[in-house]
Ligand binder design. Structure first.
Ligand code: NAI
Ligand code: MG
Length: 350
C-alpha cells in the first residue's frame, strides 16, 4: 500500500516541542518502509506566537489546519499568571476553538495501568478503561455572561448546553466502542440534581442501549464515580459523560494510571468532516521546559491513537507495545526526554 497523509503539527510551548520531537520519531519509524507517508506542516501556535505577533488563532491558520488529515499537538500555554499573556486567551481562543470549529465531539481518553507503571493506589487491580467525554457542548460552550461586574450585585451565568443531537452522537460512539471491546458502558452524570440535562442523557443511553444488547449498561453519579475510580477502578470499561464531568474524571483517571507523563488523548471527529487532533493530556510544563526532563510517553501514546484513527491499526499496536515494554522495564532512574524516545524507538524497530 502506498498512501500519503497530511499532518498538521503544532509543537506549541514549553515541553511541547520536546515531546513532539520524540512523537514524530516514533510516527516516522512506525510507518517506515510501509509505503505510508506523513506530509507534515508545522504551525507555530501558542503563547510564544502570541508574544511574537499578538495572534492566537487566525482564520488563515484555521483554514489551513482544516485541510489536513490529522493534527498532532504538543501543548500550548505559558507560565500561569504571566501578565504579558493576560489577553492571549489560549484556552478558549486556541484549544477550545480548535475543538469546537473542528467539531471534535468525542474526547477520547484511554486509561490503562501498564505493568510496571507507578501509581498511587496500594491495590489498584487491573485498570483498563476509556473515557468518552463529550467535547462540544455542556458548560464549556461559552453560553454565559455577567452583569454588574465587580460590584456586590454581580450576576454570572454559565449555561450548560445539551442537545439531543449532540448527546446521541457521542453515546452512539461510546456504545460502538464498548461493543468492540466486548464489554460494558457506564454513564456518568448527576441525574438526581441536574434533572433536565441528566434526564436527557439517561433517556438517550437507554434508547441506544436497545440496539446493543451485548453491552451491559451501568450508571453512576459523578461524585460516586470519583470514589470508585480510586477504590475499584477495575469496574470501569467505557465511561460516557459530559464535557465538564469528563474533564475532571480524566485527570483523576490519569492520576491512578501512572500520572501525567503517560496520559494520551484524542479529540475526534468520527465523521471525518474535519481532522481529528491527538495530544498528551498534560500542559506545557514551564517548570521543566527546555531541560529534557519531560516524559514523552503521553505524546507517543497519542501517536498510537492517531495511527488507529487513520485505520493504521497494526502500526498503532506496534507503538503501544513498544511503550508497554519500555514502561515495564523502567526502574525509576531518571532519563532525558530523547533517551526515553530513543529507547521506545529501539523497541519499535526490534
Ligand atoms: P502541566 O500539565 O503543564 O504541568 C503540571 C505538572 O506536571 C508540572 O509540575 C509539570 O512539570 C508536570 N508535567 C507535565 N507534563 C509532564 C511530562 N510530560 N513529564 C513530566 N512531568 C510533566 O499543567 P500546568 O502547570 O497547570 O499548566 C502549564 C501551562 O500549560 C499553562 O499555560 C496551561 O494553561 C497549559 N496547559 C495546556 C494544555 C494543553 O495544551 N492541552 C493542557 C493543560 C495545561
Ligand atoms: Mg483538564
Amino acid at each position: 500500500m502506498s498512501r500519503a497523509f497530511t499532518l498538521a503539527v503544532i509543537p506549541g510551548d514549553g515541553i511541547g516541542p520536546e515531546v513532539v520531537a520524540e512523537a514524530e520519531k516514533i510516527l516516522d519509524a512506525a510507518t517506515a518502509g510501509s509505503g505510508i507517508r506523513f506530509e507534515k506542516t508545522r504551525f507555530s501556535l501558542g503563547a510564544g506566537r502570541f508574544l511574537d505577533t499578538g495572534d492566537t488563532l487566525t482564520d488563515d491558520d484555521l483554514a489551513s489546519i482544516k485541510a489536513h488529515d490529522a493534527i498532532l499537538l504538543g501543548a500550548v500555554g505559558g507560565v500561569p499568571g504571566d501578565p504579558r499573556l493576560k489577553d492571549a486567551n489560549i484556552e478558549r481562543g486556541l484549544l477550545l476553538k480548535l475543538r469546537f470549529e473542528l467539531d471534535h465531539y468525542v474526547n477520547l481518553r484511554p486509561s490503562k495501568l501498564y505493568p510496571g507503571a507507578p501509581g498511587p493506589l496500594a491495590d489498584p487491580g487491573e485498570i483498563d478503561f476509556v473515557v468518552v467525554r463529550e467535547g462540544t457542548e455542556g458548560p464549556y460552550v461559552g453560553n454565559g455572561g455577567s452583569i454588574r461586574k465587580g460590584t456586590a450585585h454581580e450576576v454570572a451565568n454559565e449555561t450548560s448546553v445539551n442537545t439531543a443531537y449532540g448527546i446521541e452522537r457521542v453515546v452512539r460512539y461510546a456504545f460502538a466502542l464498548a461493543e468492540r471491546r466486548g464489554s460494558k458502558l457506564t454513564l456518568v452524570h448527576k441525574t438526581n440534581v441536574l434533572v433536565h440535562a441528566g434526564g436527557m442523557w439517561q433517556r438517550i443511553v437507554d434508547a441506544v442501549a436497545t440496539e446493543h444488547p451485548d453491552v451491559a449498561v451501568d450508571y453512576l453519579h459523578v461524585d460516586a464515580a470519583t470514589i470508585f475510580l480510586v477504590t475499584n477502578p477495575s469496574r470501569f470499561d467505557v465511561i460516557v459523560t459530559d464535557n465538564l464531568f469528563g474533564d475532571i474524571l480524566t485527570d483523576l483517571a490519569g492520576a491512578v494510571t501512572g500520572g501525567i507523563g503517560l496520559a494520551a488523548s484524542g479529540n475526534i471527529n468520527p465523521d471525518g468532516a474535519f481532522p481529528s487532533m491527538f495530544e498528551p493530556v498534560h500542559g506545557s510544563a514551564p517548570d521543566i521546559a527546555g531541560q529534557q526532563k519531560a516524559d514523552p510517553t503521553a505524546a507517543i501514546l497519542s501517536v498510537s491513537l492517531l495511527l488507529d484513527h487513520l485505520g493504521l491499526h497494526d502500526e498503532a499496536q506496534r507503538v503501544t507495545r513498544a511503550v508497554e515494554d519500555d514502561i515495564e522495564a523502567r526502574d525509576g532512574t531518571a532519563r532525558e526526554t530523547s533517551v526515553i524516545g530513543d529507547a521506545i524507538l529501539e523497541r519499535l524497530r526490534a
